[in-house]
Design a protein around this ligand. Structure first.
Ligand SMILES: NC(=O)C1=CN([C@@H]2O[C@H](COP(=O)(O)OP(=O)(O)OC[C@H]3O[C@@H](n4cnc5c(N)ncnc54)[C@H](OP(=O)(O)O)[C@@H]3O)[C@@H](O)[C@H]2O)C=CC1
Ligand SMILES: CC(=O)N[C@@H](CCC(=O)OP(=O)(O)O)C(=O)O
Length: 318
């Protein structure tokens, strides 16, 4: 007897994140995709009909449209996986980062509303959550972070700006942004890690398509006594030892990179690599991944796989 397929609708299927999720379903026989007529993809009645017909709907929309879409659900069986910022710190929503704890994974598996972490937030939280949870980093430490991202992080609009035939000279150089310290990921960075205040966060967008490096510099003498970079490395390796998507790189492996961490070093891959570098006085924690992979579509499909109880990396590139 043929197995019943899971009916999936992608609201925002023509966008950067939506297209990548769609790509990751090719060759899967456990999924039946519900498609929307191109001229109706913003028609609220049609979207409502298709969302309510689905078992699981992915929202790959700007925040306001994602909120609107959730308001369209009247079938109580429908599950939502939202890739936007809209619901990440909201009550009743599971935070889609299964590697953080058994409880996070359980919430995704059993939840009906899943919020996929933001791309910068993914890197930041992968580094800070474990050390706050284990009290290696005091929750009131004044944390700062910087992040280098490819321009696909800005969606279709930014991609078009970077790829325009005639573009302003400033696009040739890396550009620092979120200067007013109001970046939309700050709320989830604070809430999920348990830090008592929002980090000082400086993202930089540069002229390459995808890939991201998030770094958190820390003073060693503010960490739990006797914490050395080597011990921190051992801690991270142990914390993530059973995870398929997070790879803690061997201690000292930055030497193999000639001391340079490329923003696009993990482009096209759905996992995340962690590096612990520096010295006893000043430690640098770094996460390198793809903003469109573990930072968005890859993480969204990972959450789906956990919900379905199939291989967590099904359809993904690890
Ligand atoms: N790009 C990235 O690296 C990441 C993105 N995200 C988040 O994912 C979400 C989608 O982002 P991204 O794919 O980059 O954005 P894009 O701008 O590339 O795509 C958004 C899509 O949504 C469509 N859309 C807009 N309004 C509506 C509406 N009312 N009804 C139906 N469709 C609508 C757009 O239509 P049209 O084609 O006409 O513009 C577009 O196709 C955002 O919330 C973003 O913040 C999360 C993590 C990383
Ligand atoms: C280059 C660029 O503009 N990047 C976006 C991040 C996109 C993203 O990941 O946003 P959400 O995950 O919150 O939807 C930014 O920093 O706002």
């Amino acid at each position: 007897m043929e197995k019943t397929k899971i009916k999936i609708f992608i609201d925002g299927s023509e966008g950067t994140t939506g297209l990548r999720i769609h790509e990751r379903f090719s060759g899967r026989d456990d999924i039946a995709l519900i498609s929307i007529e191109p001229d109706k993809r913003k028609d609220i009645e049609e979207r409502k009909r298709l969302i309510n017909q689905s078992d699981i709907t992915f929202l790959c929309l700007p925040d306001a449209a994602a909120r609107e879409a959730v308001g369209l659900v009247d079938n109580t069986q429908v599950k939502i996986i939202d890739t936007s910022t809209a619901h990440r710190t909201e009550e009743g929503w599971a935070y889609g980062f299964p590697e953080l704890s058994v409880q996070h994974r359980k919430n995704i598996k059993e939840g009906k509303r899943i919020a996929v972490p933001g791309c910068h937030a993914t890197g930041f939280i992968s580094l800070v959550y474990p050390i706050v949870a284990e009290k290696i980093l005091p929750a009131d430490y004044p944390v700062s972070a910087f992040s280098l991202t490819g321009y696909s992080g800005g969606g279709k609009k930014m991609i078009a700006e970077y790829e325009a035939d005639k573009r302003a000279k400033e696009y040739d150089a890396p550009r620092e942004y979120a200067l007013s310290q109001k970046h939309k990921h700050l709320k989830e960075m604070k809430k999920v890690t348990g830090l008592t205040r929002e980090p000082l966060f400086s993202p930089i967008v540069a002229d390459y398509y995808s890939g991201m490096v998030v770094s958190v510099p820390l003073y060693g003498d503010y960490l739990k006594e006797e914490t050395t970079p080597k011990k921190l490395h051992e801690f991270f390796a142990d914390f993530y030892k059973d995870q398929k998507f997070i790879k803690v790189m061997p201690f000292g492996s930055e030497d193999g990179l000639k001391g340079m961490m490329a923003g696009n070093g993990c482009s096209g891959w759905d996992g995340l690599r962690i590096f612990v570098t520096g010295n006893e006085e000043r430690v640098l924690l770094t996460a390198q991944f793809d903003n469109l992979g573990k930072g968005a579509s890859g993480a969204a499909v990972q959450c789906l796989n956990i919900m379905l109880g199939c291989g967590e990396d099904k359809g993904l590139n690890l």
